[in-house]
Design a protein around this ligand. Structure first.
Ligand code: ADE
Ligand code: ZN
Length: 322
């Protein structure tokens, strides 16, 4: 079994977080922006911990100043994903970084991203869909215009609404207005929870926002009742083990709970989150899962079936991927 060429479905990828460092450095040089502090000597991203990661992420994103930059970013990211066997990817898109929540500006950014995605689908066969994502530490008031952007552009390409950023900032239920607006527009719902905030945070995402998927969610392992609930209801976890290990959520691949969750009947999937930040790719994740937990062809096939079922695309698209 060649893990690199196995067709893969990725449900949790931040578009800006997938920006190759050389791409960001190139844009910074073009625009005369000094970003030396955010790179390591060998050309990776440099950060100390999760909070610092979020600020380095925002600094890198600051060089993306117009729709054309996002089109180029989308092209670079999808080429890299396709090279690792990804046939379908759901990318978190943040209007906060694409016009600051202004609807007219967002439409222009989105058109540029979508054109680049259509070109990648034609050339590499990779299908992309977007999940509009406010940023939790920017607060619930700033999430409202983002939800409006999401609702106004919901459709074949924008299929979901989520929330990322600092999980310890504020309460999820303060974002319920935004999530209700997105849901009423027909968008499917996910939220980052249980990466840092413990099992209680996963319960909040389920009870306060009505999520059908959880971004990370892996700290659910602390609460057996929650693990049972996830298994019974079929809520899907977007697990990103490489991200968790590099950021220190778990000290090692061996201690990552994805295998325990899977064998207890939770519907797990695998994604990279922000691949260059964590020096990972989808093939690397698959390789580590095979080496660490002995995952074989049958388990990877089940993983792909779960991810395809949980994808937020329409049925016609799902059928083309099956
Ligand atoms: N934004 C980008 N990566 C993230 C992560 N791992 N957790 C929360 N927000 C994020
Ligand atoms: Zn994430």
């Amino acid at each position: 079994m060649s893990l690199a060429t196995l067709p893969k479905i990725e449900l949790h990828l931040h578009l800006e977080g997938a920006a190759p460092p050389a791409f960001i450095r190139g844009l910074a040089a073009e625009k005369g922006i000094d970003l030396r502090d955010i790179f390591t000597e060998d050309g990776g991203y440099a950060y100390r911990d999760f909070t610092h990661f979020l600020s380095v992420y925002e600094a890198a994103t600051s060089v993306l100043t117009g729709p054309d930059d996002f089109a180029r970013l989308t092209t670079a990211v999808l080429a890299e994903s396709a090279a690792h066997g990804v046939i379908y990817t759901e990318a978190f898109l943040s209007p906060d970084f694409c016009g600051g929540g202004d609807l007219g500006a967002w439409r222009e950014y989105l058109a540029a991203i979508r054109e680049a995605a259509d070109r990648a689908e034609a050339s590499d066969g990779i299908v992309m869909r977007g999940i509009v994502t406010p940023i939790r530490h920017f607060g619930p008031e700033r999430a409202k215009p983002i939800a409006l952007c999401a609702a106004e552009t919901a459709g074949e390409f924008i299929t979901g609404f989520g929330i990322g950023g600092d999980e310890m900032a504020g309460k999820l239920k303060d974002f319920a207005w935004s999530f209700d607006m997105a849901r009423e527009a027909g968008l499917r719902i996910t939220a980052h929870a249980g990466e840092w905030g413990g099992a209680g945070s996963v319960w909040d995402a389920i009870n306060d926002l009505g999520v059908e998927r959880v971004g990370h969610g892996v700290q659910a392992i602390e609460d057996p009742a929650l693990v049972d609930h996830l298994a019974e209801t079929g809520v899907v976890l977007e697990c990103c083990p490489g991200s968790n290990v590099v950021l220190g959520v778990f000290p090692s691949w061996e201690s990552h709970p994805i295998e325990k969750l899977r064998t207890r009947g939770v519907r797990v999937t695998v994604s990279t989150d922000d691949p260059p930040f964590f020096r990972t790719t989808m093939s690397y994740e698959y390789g580590r899962l095979a080496d660490t937990f002995g995952w074989d062809e049958e388990i990877f096939a089940q993983l792909t079936r779960t991810a395809l079922e949980a994808a937020f695309c329409d049925e016609a698209t799902r059928e083309t991927l099956a």
